[in-house]
Write a protein that binds this ligand. Sequence first.
Ligand code: MN
Length: 150
Amino acid sequence: MNEPILHRPGGTGGSWANVAVLVYKQDDATSFRDVTRQVLFDDPLLDCQLRYFEVGPGGHSTLERHAHVHAVVVLRGSGQCLVGDTILDLAPHDLVHVPSMTWHQFRASLEEPLGFLCMVSAGRDKPQLPTADELARLRESSVVCEFIRA
Ligand code: MN
């Protein structure tokens, strides 16, 4: 019989106790600011992982795109995200679907953190960062230009 695995909250901020708090990205320290990651669920029998990310006030995730999709559920705090060419305000219980090959970036508000669950496929492709040309194209929209951190 397998032992049940139960993760409970109670770590720092909105994090789970007894789950390692990881660096958001191991291989790239410059594309993001003040983001932690916890892997809450990772079972090969279900081909997905459920992670919890917490972005500190004023922080942001990487501006990226990839073939795999995200289901993001906001759990705490407030912020905004870019999905494609749209910027969305975020509050607890919001669910954001990030489609395949769509530029996206999450930002916490200046006043409070943004904590969210993110479900992804376990066998996923590596995120792509925008090239100089792609960044220039994104910046053609003044709203997007103002929002993105890259
Ligand atoms: Mn992503």
